[in-house]
Design a protein around this ligand. Structure first.
Ligand code: SAM
Length: 280
């Protein structure tokens, strides 16, 4: 009988954030494949678990994948863990999952901590729909393309970033995406856990000397509207919509005329008559 591949989530800081099921699986499997065996050994020592560890990281993923698949085919059960959080999410594992599926080996996720999910639920930003971008590429062209995509994204965008690159990435966000509302989720589940909220420009200054791990959450672009979004609205409702965004009368009339593809004067005259009627 073939073995099973378990994808086991581990804590992202606080060691209490490991599930009972994860502990049981780590105790039961034959082998643990770990992104960094020394790092995982600390967790296993804390849990009093002793198991053969095999290193499985980005740079040996292809080579190690074959030998792990062979062990699974021979009937051994393997748990895959990353340094922190959920394996495969911006961490190694996709390769072996695909190969396991190709070999009809059962893949079982063991849920637990995932940095992006926890950052999102406490961010206060729209969580109904969101886009996760992982780490931005270091390749300038690809990086700029992604940032342009984020600029027009209506959903909350979530990015991972390495601690020493956070300032640079925020500067790129400011230049390409704009001075949007963002949330920086810092050191989740650890002593210095905090959520820093504000405009990109404010946070660049604020976090200058901050250390630790960060997740960047960017509020969606609310200014991009569907064509005909105003369908069914009266002109007064249309006016109120822009007024609520802090626009002045002149700007509002210009925008309404543009939306409705009519000349500005038509809208302007309507409101003069409307105001006169209401004053009478
Ligand atoms: N697979 C992991 C997950 O989804 O939970 C993420 C691994 S990824 C290599 C590491 C990135 O996740 C960090 O650079 C940071 O952006 C984010 N991260 C992980 N743990 C974090 C924490 N405790 N607080 C804030 N960000 C964290």
């Amino acid at each position: 009988m073939k073995g099973k591949l378990y994808l086991v989530a581990t804590p992202i800081g606080n060691l209490e954030d490991i599930t009972l099921r994860a502990i049981r699986i780590l105790k039961e499997v034959d082998i643990i494949a770990a992104e960094d065996t020394r790092h995982t050994l600390k967790l296993l020592n804390h849990l009093n678990i002793s198991k053969p560890l095999i290193s499985y990281h980005r740079h040996n993923e292809e080579v190690k994948c074959d030998s792990l698949i062979n062990k699974l085919l021979e009937g051994e059960n393997i748990a895959l863990v990353s340094d922190a959080g959920t394996p495969v999410i911006s961490d190694p594992g996709e390769e072996i999952v695909k190969e396991a599926i190709n070999n009809e080996i059962e893949v079982v996720p063991i849920p637990g901590a995932c940095a992006l999910v926890n950052a999102l639920i406490a961010s206060g930003l729209d969580s109904r729909e969101f886009s996760f971008y992982g780490f931005l590429s270091l390749n300038k062209k690809i990086r700029m393309e992604k940032l342009k995509q984020i600029m027009t994204e209506r959903k909350t965008s979530i990015l991972y970033e390495a601690p020493h690159k956070i300032q640079n990435t925020l500067k790129d966000i400011l230049n390409e995406v704009g001075d949007r509302n963002i949330v920086l989720a810092r050191e989740l589940t650890k002593i210095h856990e905090e959520y820093i909220r504000g405009k990109v420009s404010e946070l660049i200054e604020k976090i200058e000397n901050f250390k630790g791990e960060f997740i960047i959450l960017i509020e969606g672009n609310n200014n991009i509207l569907e064509e005909d979004f105003f369908k069914g609205w009266s002109l007064e409702q249309h006016y109120k919509f822009y007024e609520n965004q802090g626009l002045d009368k002149k700007e509002i009339i210009k925008k309404i005329a543009k939306d409705r593809k009519v000349v500005k004067n038509e809208i302007y005259n309507y409101f003069i008559t409307y105001n006169k009627k209401n004053e009478a």
